[in-house]
Design a protein around this ligand. Structure first.
Ligand SMILES: [Zn+2]
Length: 218
């Protein structure tokens, strides 16, 4: 797809994140796989002021045009593309409920069958490292090896997808799951979860009826 079209889709995804209530200020960032690297939102420009020319190309080694500054969190976006060949879009934000669970430093267990949307029977929480560092991107690479989404301890969430629509859909689903988890934690801990056998059934159904054919729920 043409660069300008992808850049417009990135901006629209950012604006959609705001509509969905997933954004805190300019904290979120969005990218798509492009050529040998990716196109990513710039550092520190409010979404409503973004134009296609603000979207930065970063190559596989992290090089970019020196007149443009990519999001400070570009390293873990690249790490996601390196780790997951099925990923063509990455959404990151500091959505309140995901950030809250990440502060508790817990994965989201199989509290609801939609946990399978991230590709397994839990959604992990990658260990803390300073934002923008290689250390953080190494933690992200480990967490995303077997999942399409991960929490980041004391930070937020990353969701991957075959396209921007699916990555944003997953980010929103994970935020809903985090909210559900916090609701139940307020009443009981440990929270009852679906067993591995049932989650295996759900994961199998997702292969056939789930995200393959679009963002609609199975
Ligand atoms: Zn962040």
């Amino acid at each position: 797809m043409e660069r300008n079209t992808l850049a417009r889709q990135i901006i629209n995804t950012c604006l959609e994140m705001t509509i969905l209530g997933l954004n805190q200020g300019t904290a979120g960032n969005v990218s798509v796989r492009y050529q040998e690297g990716m196109l990513i939102t710039p550092s520190g420009i409010p979404y409503e002021k973004l134009t296609e020319s603000h979207i930065v190309y970063v190559d596989a080694e992290g090089n970019h045009d020196k007149t443009q500054l990519p999001s400070s969190e570009w390293r873990f976006h690249l790490a996601a593309y390196h780790t997951r060949s099925d990923t063509h879009a990455v959404v990151h934000n500091h959505a309140i409920h995901c950030a809250a669970v990440s502060i508790l430093n817990r994965p989201i267990p199989a509290i609801h069958y939609m946990v399978a949307a991230a590709g397994g029977n839990s959604i992990p929480c990658a260990p803390y490292a300073t934002f923008g560092t290689s250390e953080l991107s190494e933690h992200v690479a480990v967490a995303l090896k077997h999942r399409k989404a991960t929490l980041l301890q004391h930070h937020g969430l990353i969701a991957c997808g075959e396209n921007l629509e699916k990555a944003l859909w997953l980010a929103h689903e994970v935020e809903v799951l985090a909210q559900l988890y916090l609701c139940t934690l307020a009443i009981t801990d440990p929270v009852p979860v679906l067993d591995d056998e049932e989650m295996a059934v759900v994961l199998e159904k997702f292969k056939t009826y789930g995200l393959q054919c679009g963002p609609a729920q199975p």
